[in-house]
Design a protein around this ligand. Structure first.
Ligand code: SAH
Length: 495
């Protein structure tokens, strides 16, 4: 017998998944999810896990509830961990209860991890505190879902009498009905009201109006589901408390071209600034296996005075080789170590090693120049196939002898190229971040060299990357410091 964990995925912003929900997801063997689960949360599903999408079905209709219940039972009876991921909180209009009934009847063990509900989070991201002592001392969360084409049976009189804040879910189609019902029950037409569409996501919109004018304003704005409707005095605070819309990158669409395993920090930081991040890994690094040149270099490490890394990937390859041959960090005793920049230095630090030299400017030319000043013996470079010639040219200029050992290869990955090309040309993408010349080449290869890049800005980590981008007529801005911090800084300055 397995176990089913009902997990609330939160309202969209990946940061609003709970710690416990994330832990469950990372251990899952099977994940059953539906339409409202945000992409960032879906990205946390482990590669090995089986994914069952019950949000889409033949003819774009969702899988019927009875069928979902059966899927959960069937998977839950196997010896595995099943995570049932639901938007927001699983028990708030999420039919979580119904899904547990069948499991309970068949004695399949289950747990529930509550989630951050859109009923609270969408107003919060829209600058609306659902209660406030000056306005409301109760909150009523109401479904406006229609059944069989009939309007929902909403107790308007009771809601108006209670005098609290009202939050309606599943109410976009029923908005005129809701407002009319409240007016008829005696609510003042000037009562502040708002709709928050796609709350907590980069595409969130808030439409503020009054109870009387909200239906026409929402219609004029073309509001679509999912959206929450908020009615009550608290809505008048939204203009002052509208923190989410004020984030510096709100409304900007930024492409992250780093390899998948390295994109995390940059994407997360851009998202935290409100950007809509499109992860589009253009390159992949793959260790070269077997790598006789590396084996030989490690055997003869004592011949070298300096060991030089130009990326965390190079550090990882050396470590694989040390482990494979039964060695550890002690094998590097007596060798000085150089890193091209802080990212690489951090990778070394994780193994207890402090880089002896990091250039002031994080590129191959400055790394080479710095080595020329410090080194008198032989240099070992562990880096990518076809690494930048600037480094080796500087070593040659200083008449240093070196071994340039390729330990990993960079492959181009070419995902969804047509869609990206269209978005780039239509101006739907604002910024594309490039963390190396190879990401530029990978990106151009994905969308095609003939693409019109005039509507994007390529945000480049350094001069060499920018040179590559310019050669394809991509307008560029360049980070003052070749780090992720430097990239973020130049992006926020530019908006
Ligand atoms: N269990 C979910 C609600 C499911 S009902 C929760 O706790 O959030 C589906 C309704 O939730 C939608 O019709 C919409 O009213 C609301 N909703 C879900 N996600 C939303 C979002 N990101 N922004 C605004 N409303 C959302």
């Amino acid at each position: 017998m397995g176990k089913v964990i009902l997990v609330g995925a939160g309202p969209g912003d990946g940061g609003l998944l709970t710690v416990k929900g994330k832990a469950a997801l990372e251990r899952a063997d099977v994940v059953v999810f539906d339409r409202l689960v945000g992409e960032e949360v879906l990205n946390l599903i482990p590669e090995r896990a089986k994914r069952i999408d019950v949000g889409k079905h033949a003819g774009d209709h969702p899988v019927p509830q009875g069928e979902i219940n059966r899927i959960l039972l069937e998977e839950g009876q196997k010896d595995q961990l099943v995570v049932r991921l639901k938007g927001g909180d699983p028990f708030l209009f999420g039919r979580g209860g119904e899904e547990l009934e069948l499991l309970s009847a068949h004695h399949v063990p289950f747990e529930v991890v509550p989630g951050v509900t859109s009923a609270l989070a969408a107003p919060a991201y829209g600058g609306i505190p659902v209660t406030h002592r000056d306005f409301a001392s109760s909150l009523h969360i109401v479904t406006a879902h229609r059944r069989a084409g009939k309007e929902a049976d909403i107790p308007f009189d009771a809601l108006v009498n209670a005098g609290g804040t009202l939050v309606f879910l599943m109410g976009v189609a029923a908005l005129p009905h809701i407002c009319e019902g409240l007016l008829k029950a005696g609510m003042v037409p000037e009562t502040p009201a708002a709709v928050v569409e796609r709350g907590t996501t980069p595409r969130q919109r808030r439409i503020s109006a009054t109870l009387a004018t909200l239906p026409e304003q929402a219609k004029a704005a073309g509001v679509e589901s999912p959206a929450v409707i908020v009615v009550g005095g608290v809505c008048s605070l939204a203009e002052d408390f509208d923190w989410f819309d004020r984030l510096s990158l709100k409304g900007k669409r930024v492409v992250v071209t780093r390899p998948k395993d390295r994109a995390g920090t940059l994407s997360a930081r851009l998202r935290a600034l409100g950007a809509a991040v499109w992860e589009f890994p253009c390159i992949e690094t793959a260790p070269l296996h077997p790598c006789p040149a590396l084996t030989e270099a490690v055997e003869g490490l004592s011949r070298y005075q300096w060991l030089v890394f130009t990326s965390p990937a190079g550090v990882a390859c050396l470590w694989d080789e040390l482990r494979r041959t039964g060695r550890d960090a002690r094998a590097l005793a007596g060798v000085s170590i150089a890193a091209i920049g802080p990212g690489t230095a951090k990778a070394l630090d994780a193994h207890g090693l402090t880089a002896d030299f990091i250039p002031d400017v994080y590129d191959g030319a400055h790394l080479g120049a710095g080595l020329a000043e410090r080194c008198t013996g032989r240099v070992l470079l562990l880096r990518a196939e076809w690494g930048s010639p600037a480094l080796t040219e500087a070593l040659e200029g200083a008449k240093l002898s070196y071994d340039d050992v390729a330990v990993y290869a960079t492959h181009y990955a070419a995902p969804q190229s047509e869609e990206m090309r269209r978005a780039v040309e239509a101006g739907e993408v604002n910024l594309v971040t490039f963390t190396s010349a190879s990401t530029v080449r990978g990106f151009v290869r994905s969308v095609g060299e003939g693409t019109d890049f005039s509507r994007i800005t390529g945000v480049c980590i350094g001069e060499q990357t920018a040179k590559e981008a310019r050669s394809f007529q991509i307008p560029v801005t360049i980070a003052r410091e070749a780090t992720i911090d430097g990239l973020i800084e130049i992006i926020t300055e530019g908006v």
